[in-house]
Design a binder for this molecule. Structure first.
Ligand code: ADP
Length: 499
């Protein structure tokens, strides 16, 4: 393998978007859709078309899956540490390309370069390095079954993994699926999100310099036309999906038809509870990070329900609003911009619809920050973040996932009631608790119904921490060694009768 990438970094995202236009990457080659069709990729900050994506359908899916199935035969036979070295080498090369990846993802999704896109591109590279190092942890066990029989288990790859990813953090979410899948000896076909097909294609192009052809293929296309056939393809043995609850159900049913395992990372309506004794400034900073103002709230773990003790409620809201007001909305590619755009016109309508429903339900919509005044951004998908106060717990913004820059702040007085209110949700992805009291922290972390609970902090997903939800937030976990073992391998039991 050539240790130096022959792909030069291209930090002009407009030129790069054109260069990548109209292709899938299948069997190590940039190829057009079999139908020849494409769809536009739009810059959400201006409404301008920046390129095209190949519009994949069943025929493209079949090409990609056949290629992955053929590649898997040799890939699974490679010693695990050799696979790990190649995946880690992908991470190293992706690190060299962080700046171009960050600029391109900012262009196609509208996420601000400094606060969001560059961070995500680094997490992508880090996930490959992390999983590359875990290859020798694909261990089995020896089982004390019978002294005359050597009984062992070993981890084996599942085969071809179909991965369907969303647009909000496509680089990070793709990495957390494909890196463990590949290290475990599977090959992968990814279906990218309609709104963000180009940067993930670039990632695939960089990785294909390192990986044997066919190990990692990527298709762009629409959900039912391209994602549907991927889940249904007879040679796909595992599906990993991140997206909405409704689509998750469709994917899960289709996987059930084939009786194959599926991992689902779905929505959230994550509570943040701020007790009277909390360090207020720390909690406010945690809320700024937790609401994901810089990502326009487009996160499944967003702290979209904030419960604040009544003794500090007004001060908390005033400080939170002041922080949000100080954030600059603007061109995602401008280093000064804190908050970029919403990803698409449909998503913008949805967010505005929820803001209106909250107002109609009697909530007070505190508008934050300010729309950019640059005439070039007149058609940009900018929405001022909203902090709802005095809103009923039953209003749509209080209960449903918005996936936008909207949070609801509620007053509470009673401990039991706030725990009950926090758990009164169909979701169970994440929660945070803010207190200096150890007893309160211990009790709340035990009782909150969520897959990830943090006290006095609001870290985002880390490659080495297991991540995923309960209830309608999904099935299975991503990130960590556990995700690789449990979701991308099966355990074979082998008995040698030596008696
Ligand atoms: P969002 O509303 O956030 O776009 P979706 O769940 O619709 O969330 O989309 C997440 C991913 O699922 C996207 O890549 C999308 O194309 C894909 N998808 C949508 N519908 C289907 C489907 N019927 N089968 C498989 N994948 C789908």
């Amino acid at each position: 393998m050539n240790m130096v990438s022959s792909i030069p970094q291209n930090t002009d995202p407009f030129a790069l978007a054109k260069e990548l236009s109209g292709f899938h990457l299948i069997d190590g080659e940039m190829v057009k859709a079999v139908s020849g069709k494409t769809f536009d990729v739009v810059n959400p900050a201006t409404g301008a078309v920046i390129g095209q994506a190949a519009d994949g359908d069943e025929a493209d899916v079949d090409r990609a899956v056949q290629s992955a199935a053929a590649a898997q035969k040799a890939w699974k036979k490679m010693p695990a540490r050799e696979r790990g070295k190649l995946v880690a080498e992908c991470g190293r090369r992706l690190t060299e390309h962080v700046e171009e990846l960050a600029r391109l993802i900012a262009l196609e999704t509208g996420k601000a370069l400094r606060t969001e896109s560059r961070v995500e591109a680094n997490v992508l590279a880090d996930a490959f390095v992390f999983y590359g190092g875990l290859a020798s942890e694909l261990k089995g066990e020896s089982v004390p079954f019978n002294p005359n029989m050597l009984t062992v288990t070993q981890r084996e790859p599942i085969g071809v993994v179909g991965a369907i990813i969303p647009w909000n953090v496509p680089l990070m979410l793709m990495a957390l699926k494909i890196a463990p899948a590949l290290v475990a000896g599977n090959t992968v076909v990814v279906k990218s999100a309609e709104e963000a097909p180009l940067t993930v294609l670039r990632v695939c192009q960089i990785m294909n310099e390192v990986l044997p052809k066919g190990c990692f293929n990527i298709l762009s296309g629409f959900g039912p036309e391209c994602g549907g056939p991927l889940v249904a393809h007879p040679k796909v043995g595992k599906v990993t999906f991140t997206g909405s609850v409704e689509t998750g159900k469709i994917v899960s049913k289709a996987a059930a038809e084939k009786l194959i395992p599926v991992t689902l990372e779905l929505g959230g309506k994550s509570p943040m509870i701020v007790f009277a004794d909390a360090d207020l400034d720390k909690a406010v900073a945690g809320a700024v990070a937790g609401v994901r103002f810089t990502r326009q709230g487009q996160s499944c773990t967003a702290s979209s329900r904030i419960y604040v003790h009544e003794s500090i409620h007004d001060e908390f809201v005033a400080k939170l609003k002041a922080k949000a007001d100080a954030m600059k909305m603007g061109d995602p590619l401008d280093e000064e911009t804190d908050i970029g755009t919403i990803v698409s016109p449909d998503q913008m309508e949805r967010v505005k619809g929820y803001i209106q429903k909250g107002i109609d339900a009697g909530g007070t919509a505190n508008l934050c920050s300010a729309l950019p005044d640059d005439p070039a951004l007149k058609k940009g998908l900018y929405v001022q973040p909203v902090i709802f106060t005095d809103i009923s717990a039953d209003a749509p913004p209080s209960r449903e996932e918005i996936f936008g820059p909207v949070t609801c702040v509620f007053k509470f007085t009673d401990y039991e009631q706030v725990i009950e209110a926090a758990n009164d949700s169909e979701f169970g992805l994440a929660a945070t608790v803010w207190t200096k009291d150890l007893h309160t922290a211990m009790d709340a972390t035990q009782r909150l119904e969520a897959g990830f609970v943090q006290v006095n902090q609001n870290l985002v997903v880390q490659p080495n921490l297991s991540y995923g939800g309960i209830k309608k937030s999904g099935i299975g976990r991503e990130a960590s060694l556990e995700a690789m073992l449990e979701h991308f391998t099966h355990k074979k039991t082998i008995i040698f009768n030596m008696g």
